[in-house]
Design a protein around this ligand. Structure first.
Ligand SMILES: *Cc1c(COP(=O)(O)O)cnc(C)c1O
Length: 382
């Protein structure tokens, strides 16, 4: 295995991915098997049943954990399956603080599903850490943060939140889906556990759904490993293969996502149909300093508000030629959506509700000038 002192791109291609010992296959094979022969009862190679462990999954887990600076990493069938499994480590009476801008599915899972097991929750503005500390509920076991957030692209301070959370005896979970480990490594900033929807930038090609949890907390890791097998929300070998294939090019893709996003932001800021542009680290915005400390760059997601309101915002999403109107994000192709009606409909009427004139872009890696022209034409039309 490659030494961890190697660079990000080197580790993405080599960690956990030595040539397969039997045939020398350079690329980790898709171990499409449910079970493994044992020479005598209970005597096995480390693999006995594919819900418990599968070599293609092991390769993905080792590579991605390494990129997050974590000793332990576990892959799941989806981002929400990873979240659900991690949250099953809580007990009735425990409390979750959820940052007040989050993926709609995370909000639904915490507010509608996990609560059935007697866990309570509240939404909090994690830009106000004085209030977080002052209003602390002693039953809080987890502070759950996305940064940058979905879809408002707010930047929360991971290190400062970790400090307060630890002083209160709780743990900080960071959903690192929007930044990816290429742009931000929450564990190095004090987070206890990192969550990913690998469906997004890590898979990177909009052809596979998956999730991941990584941690350096040995006790928590042991429980998550136990739950991964006991609950069974594991990814198929083919899905692990696709995710690992995507991971190898994360660095080069992300550089281009960032470059194109910068071009798009510049155009949007100059367009009269746009009232506000939201992008992590944008100069003059409240999170700019934090972003410069904790992120390598702002990423490939851009949101903006349409001056003429809801109907105009919806119209923009139907007028683009290259940006496809669809949910999800982080793939090579550009997508556009209306969060209020689509991804965040389940947050309507809650503290996580989003403005109805908001449009969210996942800026892909097509030719930047083409993307700018496409959006510009769509905006001219409203
Ligand atoms: C998509 C997403 C999830 C959920 O992941 P799935 O793979 O769709 O289950 C969680 N968090 C964020 C930030 C996401 O964008």
């Amino acid at each position: 295995m490659t030494e961890s002192t190697d660079g990000f791109e080197t580790r993405a291609i080599h960690v956990g991915q030595d040539p397969e010992p039997v045939t020398g296959a350079v690329i980790t094979p898709i171990f499409q098997t449910s079970t493994y022969a044992q020479p005598s009862p209970g005597d096995h190679t480390g693999y006995e049943y594919s819900r418990t462990d599968n070599p293609t999954r092991t390769a993905l887990q080792e590579a991605l954990a390494d990129l997050e600076g974590a000793r332990h990493g576990y892959a799941f069938a989806s981002g929400l399956a990873a979240e659900d499994t991690v949250l099953r480590s809580l007990r009735a009476g425990d409390h979750i603080v959820l940052g007040n801008d989050a993926y709609g599915g995370t909000f639904r899972l915490i507010s509608q599903v996990i609560t059935r097991a007697g866990v309570t929750w509240e939404a909090a503005d994690l830009t106000d850490l004085t209030a977080l500390s002052a209003n602390w509920n002693p039953a809080t076991k987890i502070v759950w943060m996305e940064t940058p957030t979905n879809p408002l692209l707010t930047v929360f301070d991971i290190a400062a939140t970790a400090e307060i959370t630890h002083a209160k005896g709780a743990k900080l979970v960071v959903d690192n889906t929007f930044a990816s480990p290429y742009l931000q490594q929450p564990i190095s900033l004090g987070a206890d556990l990192v969550i990913h929807s690998t469906t997004k930038y890590i898979g990177g090609h909009s052809d596979v759904v998956g999730g991941f949890a990584a941690t350096n907390d040995d006790d928590w890791a042991g429980d998550i490993k136990y739950l991964q097998n006991a609950v069974g929300a594991v990814p198929a070998p083919m899905d692990c293969f696709l995710t690992l294939r995507g991971l190898k090019t994360l660095g080069v893709r992300m550089d281009r996502h960032v470059q194109n996003a910068h071009q798009v932001v510049e155009m949007l800021q100059a367009h009269p149909a746009v009232s506000t542009v939201l992008y992590p680290g944008l100069e003059g915005t409240p999170g700019a300093d934090i972003a410069s400390r904790q992120m390598k760059a702002g990423g490939g997601m851009v949101s903006f508000r349409v001056a003429a309101g809801l109907e105009a915002a919806k119209a923009v999403t139907t007028k683009t030629r290259l940006f496809t109107l669809a949910e999800s994000l982080g793939g090579i192709e550009s997508l556009i959506e209306h969060p209020g009606v689509m991804t965040h409909a389940s947050a309507a009427g809650s503290p996580l509700e989003v403005p109805d004139d908001l449009v969210r872009l996942s800026v892909g890696i097509e030719t930047g000038d083409d993307l700018v022209a496409d959006l510009n034409d769509a905006l001219d039309g409203v």
